[in-house]
Design a protein. Sequence first.
Lengths: 113, 112
Amino acid sequence: AQKVTQAQTEISVVEKEDVTLDCVYETRDTTYYLFWYKQPPSGELVFLIRRNSFDEQNEISGRYSWNFQKSTSSFNFTITASQVVDSAVYFCAAKAAGNKLTFGGGTRVLVKP
Amino acid sequence: KAGVTQTPRYLIKTRGQQVTLSCSPISGHRSVSWYQQTPGQGLQFLFEYFSETQRNKGNFPGRFSGRQFSNSRSEMNVSTLELGDSALYLCASTLNSRETQYFGPGTRLLVL
């Protein structure tokens, strides 16, 4: 079973500032998958990024980047140059093959113009 | 490809009634999972179906049940509704257990 902790419940920034969302996970599985999802006010969970446990390479995709540190069990997510449309609740999630997807409590991001 | 669809989008029921929610996965996806989201409990896993078989089940009472059809469409049923069942019910589909889950827009259930 996995456990995912998002210590930040709410973050408020001004447009164009960078936002970093923290995520710490716990798992006994040696192979697992980490995800970030965005939930706008409409309610639908939108997939953003995914990382496999055996690939610690960090990448940048547009304004999104992530920092996967297996040694500290962290999978942090950064939005660069935030925009008002980035306002949403962001969920970190973990999963092992054959197991359920476990979500953190979510971090509400408010980007003010 | 069309995304995951869920019907109905909104539902109002009274205590004691039962409700059936439907989910159509992305074409080609054989796994469907259901989640309940409430302000107090967050996102909680209900169950997962793969090729018409329940593969995983969360910690919910027996009033919550589901099934999957041969075309991978899935339904979940909640009997004897309670006020606490008011929630956003999300369905997700995936190719297999190692792949990313893609979510539908959800069904908002209000129990009065």
